[in-house]
Design a protein around this ligand. Structure first.
Ligand SMILES: C[S@@+](CC[C@H](N)C(=O)[O-])C[C@H]1O[C@@H](n2cnc3c(N)ncnc32)[C@H](O)[C@@H]1O
Ligand SMILES: [Zn+2]
Length: 282
């Protein structure tokens, strides 16, 4: 059985396609003989033998992210993202759609999209092996360890939609891997995203990347077709508030026992405020 969605991947070393005969569900071998074995958890690491200067999320950070997302606090974002990207995946001639989730993490937003457009295929890219173990379980999905700042290991025009939720945005490569008319759906935090929580937990990720910057960075290959501000309330008990901090960069240096006293055993009301920007590949 071939690896799910392997036709959406190409060799990260030589950009070649895969040998059909040698390829099984557990490994990809390109026409020049470069070989990548799937891990037991189902993801494939394309960064083998190359150092990367980024610090990937730890297993604890991923567990915090998974608990927080599973509780549904960001469900309004998932619904907005899936709703915006789904039309690009639905083809009139019945062909299956294809999506890329850039910086997919555990694949929470991709899961929402795939459940809307059943039978679609997808590639989930992230630096974090721990996160991709979850994303690899999504139907029709190849989960690949990769650095978004390198040329992406996908052929030109391979996908109908790119999701980028709170993740790095490599627009020249998004433009290359998208078909003409395909969509990018970008989620960026507004300046007051989770402000009440950031007063209590100063180590919480500070929002970066303004919506105007998204459009500017996208450049002439893209036209903006929609920007929607999304505001929603979150009731956060102390453990959940700690998860929200620990699933971000703070998870690299702060501990739960340091954070909990700051939350004083109280639930906290915060407001999520993000922009969902939809751009069309010209
Ligand atoms: C804030 S998280 C968002 C994850 C996911 N989209 C979500 O919202 O649950 C940012 C993700 O981007 C990944 N990431 C950061 N820099 C990256 C890079 N250069 N290449 C690939 N992934 C990267 C991180 O590992 C992390 O999973
Ligand atoms: Zn190769």
């Amino acid at each position: 059985m071939p690896l799910a969605a392997q036709e959406l991947l190409r060799c990260p070393i030589c950009t070649g396609g895969w040998q059909a005969s040698e390829t099984s569900g557990r490994s990809l071998v390109c026409t020049a003989g470069h070989r990548f074995d799937a891990a037991r958890q189902g993801y494939v690491n394309f960064l083998t033998g190359r150092g990367t200067r980024f610090l990937p999320d730890t297993a604890e950070m991923v567990a915090a992210r998974e608990r927080f997302l599973a509780a549904g606090h960001y469900a309004p974002i998932a619904a907005a993202v899936a709703g915006a990207a789904a039309p690009a995946l639905a083809h009139d001639d019945g062909a299956t759609g294809a999506a890329l989730d850039a910086g997919a993490g555990t694949g929470y937003y991709l899961a929402a999209l795939l459940s809307r457009v059943r039978g679609s295929r997808a590639v989930a890219l992230d630096l974090s092996r721990h996160a991709l173990g979850r994303a690899a379980k999504l139907p029709g999905t190849a989960a690949v360890v990769w650095d978004l700042w390198r040329p992406l290991p996908l052929p030109d025009g391979a996908v109908d939609a790119v999701l980028d939720v709170f993740a790095p945005r490599n627009f020249p490569e998004f433009a290359r891997v998208l078909r003409a008319g395909g969509l990018v759906c970008v989620v960026t935090p507004q300046a007051d995203h989770l402000a009440a929580l950031r007063e209590v937990l100063p180590m919480l990720d500070v929002p970066s990347g303004k919506t105007d910057d998204v459009e500017r960075a996208a450049g002439p290959d893209f036209e903006r077709i929609d920007v929607r501000g999304l505001r929603f309330g979150l009731e956060l008990d102390p453990e959940t508030a700690a998860d929200l901090a620990l699933m971000g960069p703070a998870g690299h240096h702060a501990t739960r026992s340091e954070l909990l006293p700051r939350l004083r055993n109280r639930s906290l009301h915060a407001e999520g405020a993000v922009d969902v920007t939809v751009l069309r590949r010209r």
